[in-house]
Design a protein around this ligand. Structure first.
Ligand SMILES: Cc1cc2nc3c(=O)[nH]c(=O)nc-3n(C[C@H](O)[C@H](O)[C@H](O)COP(=O)(O)O)c2cc1C
Length: 393
């Protein structure tokens, strides 16, 4: 591990800076950026820091246990690698590397509908199950086929993302031509310059790391030439007309756990419970969809108050440290998901870097458990938070 680094990355920011140097600008911006002015993206991160923990000492901090149970699975810590479209571009066969790191850390990896590696390739990593994330496509026959394949590959937890009814405007992607508009030659020119400035990535991932299509969709996308064709096909297929009624249909064809991702409103959370979801991920898509909406840290307590006793609550958006995970648990989450942290760690140094990041998060969690007087993550309640959160301390 030490061999691959000139210095040891210690924080998310260290991994992020390293990924920024290593990845083509357009890819780094696609991962790192958010919608329009990126206000929600920044608040997602900052607002967790405002949730104040209460230090408790003399409580025997010699044995700490980060383990929890989630949807019948035992996790070594309450963390999940969130679905990331094109996450596999951050390193060669990136989702495979991420699955290996997740396995080693004892946590679930969630594969995106629009991941690079197909589910068959991810399933080959080990016998440990992975989660699958679904975007609803207009062609329901394709959706049914995808879900049958996922079931056959051992997927038992389906994350259905419901906050992409329209695609957020991302200025960085527009500038870099990731959102279209440059034309095929313009894209080629811009891409070539970007790749030439990042030769290690260009050789490792660009030249040797293919295929670069959306692996789970490859059999349905005819005549695809490059990733842009896959993006165009997918954008055309995304079904914006989805409503709560579609959950009924999904329930008929999916017999595993169903988790709805992208809820940020108390009434929506109640509706999700009413339609019979097994879990909810309170999420604003990492601030990539509608800029100006609340951070998840701020909305989560309201949603928890309304439905925490009726369903399993998870949260993502801005989780960067083990302390953030502990904060989320204290507010009522059963686990947290990380998006950018895992994919940027992968971009910084592949599986070893991601393994290191997950280890740091776990160590940070243990520090937080030890100094709030609750040695087991499963026992965390809001009692570990400072009673008066309005104190400016
Ligand atoms: C580059 C990128 C691609 C993403 N692609 C997907 C996706 O395909 N499906 C999905 O449900 N969420 C997707 N998300 C959202 C993440 O699953 C997650 O909600 C978000 O990243 C959490 O915020 P964080 O990055 O601050 O941890 C994506 C996020 C990023 C950064």
């Amino acid at each position: 591990m030490g061999k691959s680094f000139n210095f040891l990355p210690a924080s998310f920011e260290d991994f992020r800076r390293r990924a920024e140097r290593h990845l083509p600008r357009s890819l780094f911006d696609y991962i790192d950026g958010g919608a329009t002015d990126e206000v929600t993206l920044r608040r997602n991160v900052a607002d967790w820091k405002d949730v104040k923990l209460n230090q408790k000492v003399m409580r025997d901090a010699s044995q700490m246990d980060c383990g929890v149970e989630l949807f019948g699975e035992k996790l070594a810590m309450p963390l999940v690698l969130a679905p990331i479209g094109m996450g596999g571009m951050a390193a060669r066969r990136g989702e495979v590397q991420a699955k290996r790191a997740a396995d080693a850390a004892g946590i679930p990896f969630c594969l995106s509908t629009v991941g690079i590696c197909p589910m068959d390739e991810v399933a080959k990593v080990s016998d440990k199950p992975f989660w699958f994330q679904l975007y609803m496509l207009k062609d329901r026959g394709i959706v049914e086929d995808i879900l049958n394949r996922a079931w056959d590959k051992g997927v038992r937890t389906l994350v259905f993302t419901i906050d992409l009814a329209v695609l957020g405007t991302r200025y960085r992607d527009i500038r870099n031509g990731m959102a279209g508009g440059l034309g095929r030659w313009g894209k080629l020119r811009t891409g070539l310059i970007d790749y030439m400035m990042h030769p290690k990535w260009a050789m490792d991932v660009g030249v040797l790391g293919g295929p670069h299509g959306f692996g789970n969709l490859a059999s349905y996308v005819k005549y695809s030439k490059d990733t842009y064709d896959y993006v165009a096909w997918t954008q055309n297929q995304l079904d914006s007309s989805v409503t709560w009624k579609d959950i009924e249909w999904l329930r008929k064809i999916w017999h595993g756990n169903l988790v709805l991702k992208g809820i940020l409103d108390v009434d929506d959370a109640r509706e999700a419970v009413a339609v019979g979801t097994d879990g909810i991920i309170v999420s604003n898509h990492g601030g990539r969809q509608l800029d100006g909406v609340s951070s998840t840290a701020r909305m989560f307590p309201h949603i928890a108050e309304a439905v925490a006793t009726e369903t399993t609550l998870l949260v993502d958006g801005g989780i960067r440290t083990g302390q953030d995970v502990v904060r989320a648990l204290a507010l009522g989450a059963k686990a947290a998901l990380i998006g950018r942290p895992w994919v940027l760690a992968l971009g910084a140094g592949g599986e070893p870097a991601l393994t290191r990041m997950l280890d740091i998060i776990k160590q940070d969690m243990k520090t937080a458990l030890g100094l709030t007087g609750v040695p087991k993550a499963a026992d965390i309640t809001q009692d570990i938070l400072l009673k008066d959160q309005s104190w400016n301390c």
